[in-house]
Design a protein around this ligand. Structure first.
Ligand code: FES
Length: 128
C-alpha cells in the first residue's frame, strides 16, 4: 500500500450513489459533493461555489460539467475549472476512487486563516 492509498477514507457505500445521482457528505470539517455520472464516473468536489461561497449542490450535471443552481456558473468536474466568467476561481476537487464496494476520497482538513483585527494576515508581516 502506498502512502497516498493510506490517505483515502471511506465516505459511503458504492450503493449509496447510483448512476446519475449525487449526495453531500460531511467529512474532516468539509462538505463534499459526490456525483456519479450516468456512465458511472465518480467526481468529488467541495460543496462550495466560488462565485458567492455558497453551496453548489442541487445544480445540474451534464457531460462532465456542473452548473451552480444559484446563478448558473459552470465548472468542469474533472479539473474544477470555471467555464464561465462568473467565477475566476475553480471548484475544489478531491481524489476519489471506488474499491471493495466503498467510495473513498482524500479529504484534507480545511485550514483556517487567522486574521488579526488591525493586523496583517499571516505571511504578510515584516520579515523575521
Ligand atoms: S453562487 Fe454559484 S453561480 Fe453564483
Amino acid at each position: 500500500m502506498t502512502q497516498e492509498e493510506n490517505l483515502f477514507v471511506s465516505i459511503c457505500s458504492s450503493e449509496d450513489i447510483g448512476p446519475g445521482e449525487e449526495k453531500v457528505f460531511r467529512s474532516n470539517g468539509r462538505s463534499v459533493l459526490i456525483i456519479r455520472s450516468a456512465e458511472a464516473d465518480l467526481f468529488a468536489v467541495e460543496d462550495n461555489c466560488p462565485h458567492a461561497n455558497t453551496n453548489i449542490s442541487g445544480g445540474r450535471f451534464r457531460g462532465g460539467f456542473y452548473a451552480c443552481p444559484h446563478h448558473g456558473a459552470r465548472f468542469e468536474l474533472s479539473t474544477g475549472k470555471s467555464m464561465t466568467n462568473l467565477s475566476n476561481k475553480p471548484l475544489v476537487c478531491f481524489d476519489i476512487k471506488e474499491e471493495d464496494g466503498e467510495i473513498k476520497i482524500i479529504i484534507p482538513e480545511k485550514k483556517k486563516v487567522k486574521i488579526s483585527p488591525g493586523g496583517m494576515p499571516p505571511g504578510f508581516g515584516p520579515p523575521m
